[in-house]
Design a protein around this ligand. Structure first.
Ligand code: NAD
Length: 352
């Protein structure tokens, strides 16, 4: 047993089919009376139903949440918050909507109730990524972490299978990197392995039957655990590469994570052998190969070229990836990253 520091992250988690019905009680429990409801335009109908359910507790709705949290959208949402006299936020959706709620709370310290409907894990972190003038910056602050999280698996039965699979692999990436994080501890490692296990079993069942509420529950449970890991320990190569590909090449968030994960796991497989061993055991001893096979079985994207990356971008991404040093089990070299990216570009089987 190594020495460690474990910092518990406070949030109240309400889990189970039908728990959407508890949003009103949670608003009142926080001592609030007027919520601004948030969603993307895609989930506006679900938000309207929630507003109806909440009656006078719903002071207003803002349905323009956008990927990567543009500051201009946050400013519009803040104006809506003030205009309707809101005293808290209810965010219904995935990382984009949750990001908007966090961006508001970062500025005015509003209490947040989040109903998470993807597996991205943002709802349990104190991390806010926002974009302005084409640049994405990341902020950590205790005000950013939502006070209450509601996981109602019935809301995820409509998450399209392709998005479910990519989002589930995105969650697993938090856990894989959490295992070899420089500040990993026995508790986050337990959460990581259990999160990977739950998602590994749930995702094939969701592909077979997207409305299987048992599988949907297991996936949401796994994504919660993986999200806690993301919010507790430092991320390394995998998340830095995804951030670079998203920022510099505008690749889609969850799909980029899904495509790269087997390759980043392979890159670190030998250097982090002990830390990754419990996760590798879930895949018959070969984590990277097992993740690749799982992604293939699930119909997930396997190749960066299929996400819109051009082969000519690989050198620039490799340059960017080594420009800012950070902790990683294996030294991050330009040649190593270029080779990793080339295999991921082609969708080849990962190599350690
Ligand atoms: P998303 O929130 O952008 O959702 C994608 C689309 O799916 C949206 O149109 C959304 O409305 C829709 N959708 C979501 N749930 C649905 C459901 N159950 N049924 C039908 N449609 C549904 O996607 P995401 O992958 O959850 O989030 C990506 C964003 O979150 C990125 O900007 C990423 O940077 C951020 N993120 C932040 C953190 C953090 O800790 N700060 C963690 C993970 C992701």
């Amino acid at each position: 047993m190594r020495d460690f520091v474990y910092q518990a992250a406070p949030s109240r988690v309400i889990f189970g089919p039908g728990t959407l019905a508890q949003v009103g009680a949670e608003i009142e429990r926080l001592g609030c009376t007027r919520a601004l409801l948030l969603s993307t335009s895609f989930q506006a109908a679900d938000l309207a139903a929630l507003a109806h359910q909440l009656g006078p507790l719903a002071a207003g709705s803002f349905t323009q949440a956008t990927m990567h949290t543009p500051v201009a959208v946050t400013q519009s949402a803040l104006a809506a918050y003030d205009a309707c006299g809101a005293d808290c936020i209810v965010a219904l959706g995935g990382g984009s909507t949750i990001g908007l709620g966090k961006a508001i709370a970062f500025r005015n310290d509003a209490a947040q109730i989040v109903i998470a409907t993807t597996y991205a894990g943002s709802e349990v972190t104190d991390i806010l990524g926002q974009t302005e003038d084409g640049t994405k910056t990341t902020i950590r602050d205790p005000k950013i972490r939502p006070e209450v999280v509601i996981y109602d698996p019935t809301l995820t039965t409509g998450l399209p299978v392709a998005m479910s699979v990519a989002s589930g692999l995105n969650a697993m990436a938090h856990a894989v990197e959490g295992l070899y994080a420089p500040d990993a501890n026995p508790v986050t490692s337990l959460l990581a392995v259990e999160g990977i296990r739950a998602l590994k079993e749930a995702l094939p069942a969701i592909v077979s039957n997207p409305t299987d509420i048992g599988a949907r529950s297991d996936a949401l449970y796994g994504s919660w655990l993986c999200g806690v890991v993301l919010g507790s320990v430092a991320m390394s190569l995998h998340h830095k590469l995804c951030h670079t590909l998203g920022g510099a090449c505008d690749l889609p968030h969850a799909e980029t994570h899904a495509t790269l994960l087997p390759h980043t796991a392979a890159y670190n497989a030998n250097a982090a052998r002990d830390a990754l061993a419990p996760a590798a055991a879930l895949f018959g001893g070969d984590l990277a190969g097992g993740l690749h096979d799982l992604a293939r079985q699930l119909g997930a994207p396997l190749a960066l070229k299929d996400l819109g990356l051009a082969r000519g971008d690989l050198s620039r991404v490799a340059d960017l990836a080594v420009s800012n040093p950070y902790a990683n089990p294996r030294a991050v070299t330009r040649d190593g990253i270029h080779a990793l990216l080339t295999r991921a570009f082609d969708g080849a089987r990962p190599e350690s």
